[in-house]
Design a protein around this ligand. Structure first.
Ligand code: 5CA
Ligand code: ZN
Length: 414
């Protein structure tokens, strides 16, 4: 699939102090640990959208978090290999298309294109490989065949399931107990009640053809792949095992990322799938998770159409820790707009306080599990300082450095 256009990332001056390696919270170990990319390349897979509705601020916040991951790695001189999928065939998409009478492919294409435009406006760096499930059907099917041939899949009617009993590492990503797993599996697209399964937690690898649903011919018969194996295979075939970060929102901790990891580990006989499992908190509106199925959405495209500065949207979403569940409230956008205006005014002054110390502080804050709140507070202090004795407008070295810093490290173009 076509990705979206990239934006240049300014190179920032080095500094004499120790450059902290990026640390991120890892769900599997429950701790904040250093990332440790090998051979100068950081490898990251972030679960992409299911394109049946427009990008809301929850999606945007999650992709912004991983955009910051990429920006900190790049600032540390690393190359980044970033892969993202599009779940462009799956139950929710097909259900929406059936409900509205739209062709499912047309729906997926339209919403994917809107997502690209939203990501472009928010200055999110694009993935190097942007892979639709549909285009990946042959490689996913080959992997399911391999699992079946290795005795790691069993049939229930025309469908194939992955037996969690065959996966020694199952549970080590989420660390949830069985009762929690069963609850979340039922809530998030699983089918614990299906008769014929060996374990209620076994997940669907292959769904045999159903009337009215799209299907593909394969050595497995006619049908379509399940959801978790989609991400396993798209990641594995491009990044290999033990890539640096597997990312997504916290609603993907279980079952999606647990099963994706289990499939990949079963396919390769090695572990772990990813070295860090990184999860962004949920953005809520009116006390509930913002979600397409609930319909309580604030859409990025609506804000764009209302001529809201995308940099204010970006800044509003970064003002809060990425891991925390947070509420979108009416005051967030005006606050971010005011902050943006102050930062712009401060960096436009001919005389501004030196900013080398600020650069060090912002780097350290972001390297510490993306502490954007601390980074933003540091920039606020610098801007307040600059504006407390405003001189004439004009170029200053410090202003230029702060503009480069907010651009490179936070993706906020002043
Ligand atoms: N296609 C799958 C992943 S393979 C999927 O979950 N798609 S999605 O469109 O439902 O979500 C896309 C991304 O946005 C996921 O990482 C999901 O965790 C995240 N997300 C969804 N809702 C929210 C929310 N309210 N707040 C933060 N992130 C969210
Ligand atoms: Zn995924």
């Amino acid at each position: 699939m076509d990705s979206w256009p990239s934006v240049p990332v300014p190179r920032l001056p080095g500094y004499t102090g120790r450059r902290p390696p990026l640390s991120l919270h890892d769900t599997a170990t429950g701790s904040v640990r250093h990332t440790d990319p090998q051979d100068g390349t950081a490898r990251m897979y972030v679960c992409g959208i299911t394109p049946y509705d427009a990008t809301h601020l929850g999606h945007a916040a999650t992709y912004l978090a991983f955009d910051l991951v990429q920006r900190q790695w790049r600032d540390a001189g690393l190359r980044v290999h970033y892969v993202q999928n599009i779940t462009d065939v799956d139950d929710p998409l097909l259900e929406r298309a059936a409900h509205t009478g739209e062709n499912w492919k047309a729906l997926a294409e339209r919403e994917t294109q809107l997502f690209r435009e939203d990501m472009t406006a928010l200055r999110v760096l694009p993935p190097d490989d942007y892979i639709g499930a549909v285009e990946a059907v042959p490689e996913i099917t080959a992997a399911i065949e391999a699992l079946r041939d290795a005795g790691q899949a069993y049939a229930v009617d025309e469908d194939l399931y992955f037996p969690v009993s065959a996966a020694p590492g199952f549970g080590s990503e989420s660390n949830y107990d069985r009762a929690t797993m069963l609850r979340l599996f039922a809530e998030r697209g699983g089918d614990p009640q299906r008769v014929g399964k060996r374990d209620p937690l076994d997940s669907l690898l292959w769904r045999g053809r159903r009337p009215g649903e799209p299907f593909w011919d394969s050595p497995l018969g006619t049908g379509r792949p399940g959801w978790h194996i989609e991400c396993s295979v798209i990641a594995l075939n491009r990044l290999g095992m033990q890539f640096d970060v597997q990312g997504g929102g916290s609603d993907l901790v279980f079952p999606h990322h647990e099963h994706s990891a289990a499939h990949a580990e079963a396919l390769t006989g090695t572990a772990p799938f990813a070295k860090h499992y990184v999860h962004a908190g949920m953005i809520g509106l009116d006390g509930e998770k913002m979600s397409k199925s609930r319909g309580n959405l604030v859409l990025v495209s609506k804000l764009r159409a209302a001529h809201v500065d995308p940099m204010a949207v970006r800044l509003a979403l970064l003002d809060g820790h990425y891991r925390a569940d947070r509420e979108w409230t009416g005051g967030r956008l005006p606050a971010a707009e005011a902050r943006l205006a102050r930062w712009r005014a401060a960096t436009a002054l001919a005389a501004a306080p030196p900013a080398e110390g600020l650069l060090t502080d912002v780097r350290e804050a972001l390297a510490d599990d993306l502490d954007t709140t601390r980074a933003i507070a540091g920039i606020d202090t610098w801007a307040d300082d600059a504006l407390s004795s405003p001189g004439s407008v004009g170029a200053s070295g410090a202003g230029t450095l702060v503009r480069s810093l907010t651009d490179a490290l936070l993706g906020v173009l002043l």
